[in-house]
Ligand binder design. Structure first.
Ligand code: S3P
Length: 437
C-alpha cells in the first residue's frame, strides 16, 4: 500500500492534457467487441478499470490489440459472445460489472463476476432486478453483491423499465441487454444521467430513439441489432480534469490550461457549480471530438464563496463531489450539499470518507444523511495532517481529492494508499507534480 504525503509545491501553471474519458473508453471497447469488423480507438484511457473491461471482452471472444497509439478491436457481432472459461475479474470497476452484466444477460452463456473488496460491497440488485425481468438468472452473494454467477437468457424478453435510481450504469445495462433481445426494450429515465451509451450506440448503427415525455426521457432500442465498426476518438475525461480545475482554483498564483476536456451537458455540473462559487473557468476553442463537445479550459486562482448546491445538478457531477468538497473547504462561508445518497454506494462511502479525510486535514465538516455541510477557511490553506494519514478505502477519487487538498495545506496531507489512482488516472501524480513545479 504506497502512502504519499502531498504538500504545497507551487501554483499550477502551463498546459496539460488529462487521459481519455473512462465512461467512453469502456463503451468503445464493449461496442467495438460487438460490432463485426475492426473498430479503431484513439485516446483510450489505459487505466485498470478499462483494462478489466478489455480482458473480459477478450475472454468472450473479441480480439483487442494496441499498435502505436491506436487500439484495434475485432468484434464478434451482437449475439456472438462466447462462454468465458474463467471468472471475469472486474477489479474495482462498477461500470465494467454492471454494463457487462447487461451485455451477457441476453446471451446464452454463464459467467462469474468477481471484484476487489470495494466492488464486492457495492449493490448489484439494481441491475439484477431488470435483467431478471428480461429472463436472466443470478446466484449472487448475500445482499446482491459480488462474487456472483449469472446465467444469460436466450432469447431474452424485452421490457419497459423505469429507473428507480438516477444511474447511467443501470440504464446502460438494460439497453445493452436489449441489443440482443427481439423486439423493443424501453428505459424511462425520470432524471437525466450521462448519455454516452445512447450517443455511441447510435454511432455504431443501433436503432435507438430518445423521446421527452412529461419531462422524462424515454429511450427505446430495437433488438437483434447489428453494430457497425467505428473509428472512435475518446475526449479527455472531465471527471479527471476536475482535480486540476479545483487545484488551480484554490492555489494562489495558478493559471492553468487543461486541454481537450469533454463537456457533455450530462457531465458538466461541476463547472457550473464552481462558477457559481466565483471560480474563473474559461472555455477556449470549443469544438467536437468523437461526437462530444470539447474545449480547453483556462482556470485561474479565484476567491471562492460557499453556496447551497442544488441537488438537481448531482447526476451531472456525480463523481466530482469529493473534489468539490475540497473546493468548499477552502471557500469563504458555508457550502451545503444534499440529495447525495448515491455517494454512499460508490467505490467507497464518499460522504463519510471525505468527511473523515477533510476533518483530519483540519477542515470543518458536518456529515448529514444525504450530504456534507462544509464551513470553508476563506482561502487560508488547511492545516494538513500530522501522524495519522487519511484513508482512501480503495477509492481513486478520495485519493486524488485529498492530494489536491494537500497542495492547499500548510503541513501537507498524507494519503494512506495511492494505488487506487491507477484505476482511472495512471499519470495523475506525474501531472500534478509537473503542473505545480
Ligand atoms: C458511470 C456512471 C456513474 C459514475 C461512474 C461511471 C458510467 O455511475 O459514477 O463512475 O460510465 O455509466 P452510476 O450510474 O452508478 O451513477
Amino acid at each position: 500500500m504506497p502512502s504519499h504525503r502531498f504538500t504545497f509545491s507551487g501554483p499550477l501553471t502551463g498546459r496539460l492534457r488529462v487521459p481519455g474519458d473512462k465512461s467512453i473508453s469502456h463503451r468503445s471497447i464493449m461496442f467495438g467487441a460487438l460490432a463485426i469488423g475492426e473498430t479503431r480507438v484513439t485516446g483510450l484511457l489505459e487505466g485498470e478499470d478499462v483494462m478489466a473491461t478489455t480482458a473480459a471482452m477478450r475472454a468472450m471472444g473479441a480480439r483487442i490489440e494496441k499498435s502505436g497509439e491506436t487500439w484495434h478491436i475485432h468484434g464478434v457481432g451482437v449475439g456472438g459472445l462466447l462462454q468465458p472459461d474463467a471468472p471475469l475479474d472486474m477489479g474495482n470497476s462498477g461500470t465494467s460489472t454492471r454494463l457487462l452484466m447487461g451485455l451477457i444477460a441476453s446471451h446464452g452463456i454463464t459467467a462469474q463476476f468477481t471484484g476487489d473488496a470495494s466492488l464486492s460491497k457495492r449493490p448489484m440488485g439494481r441491475v439484477i432486478t431488470p435483467l431478471s425481468q428480461m429472463g436472466a438468472n443470478f446466484d449472487a452473494s448475500e445482499g446482491g453483491t459480488l462474487p456472483l454467477t449469472m446465467h444469460g437468457a436466450l432469447p431474452a424478453v424485452p421490457i419497459t423499465y423505469r429507473l428507480p435510481v438516477a444511474s447511467a450504469q443501470v440504464k446502460s445495462a438494460v439497453l445493452l441487454a436489449g441489443l440482443n433481445t427481439p423486439g423493443i426494450t424501453t428505459v424511462i429515465e425520470p432524471v437525466p444521467t450521462r448519455d454516452h451509451s445512447e450517443r455511441m450506440l447510435r454511432g455504431f448503427g443501433a436503432e435507438l430513439k430518445v423521446e421527452e415525455v412529461d419531462g422524462e426521457r424515454v429511450i427505446r432500442i430495437h433488438g437483434d441489432a447489428e453494430l457497425k465498426p467505428q473509428d472512435v476518438v475518446v475526449p479527455g475525461d472531465p471527471s479527471s480534469a476536475a482535480f486540476f480545475i479545483v487545484a488551480a482554483l484554490i492555489t494562489e498564483g495558478s493559471d492553468l490550461v487543461i486541454e481537450n476536456v469533454g463537456l457533455n451537458q450530462t457531465r458538466a455540473g461541476l463547472i457550473e457549480v464552481l462558477r457559481a462559487m466565483g471560480g474563473q473557468i474559461e472555455e477556449l476553442d470549443r469544438r467536437e471530438v468523437g461526437g462530444e463537445p470539447v474545449a480547453d479550459l483556462r482556470v485561474k486562482h479565484s476567491a471562492l464563496t460557499g453556496i447551497d448546491v442544488d441537488p438537481e445538478v448531482a447526476p451531472s457531477m456525480i463523481d466530482e463531489f469529493p473534489v468539490l468538497f475540497v473546493a468548499a473547504a477552502l471557500a469563504k462561508g458555508t457550502t451545503t450539499t444534499s440529495g447525495l445518497d448515491e455517494l454512499r454506494v460508490k467505490e467507497s462511502d464518499r460522504l463519510s470518507a471525505m468527511a473523515d479525510a477533510l476533518t483530519l486535514a483540519g477542515a470543518r465538516v458536518e456529515e448529514r444523511g444525504d450530504g456534507l455541510v462544509i464551513h470553508g477557511s476563506g482561502g487560508d490553506p488547511l492545516p494538513g495532517t500530522s501522524g495519522v494519514p487519511v484513508t482512501t478505502h480503495l477509492d481513486h477519487r478520495i485519493a486524488m481529492a485529498m492530494a489536491v487538498a494537500g497542495n492547499a495545506s500548510r503541513k501537507g496531507v498524507e494519503v494512506d494508499d495511492t494505488s487506487p489512482i491507477q484505476t482511472s488516472f495512471p499519470n495523475f501524480m506525474h501531472l500534478l507534480a509537473k503542473a505545480a513545479a
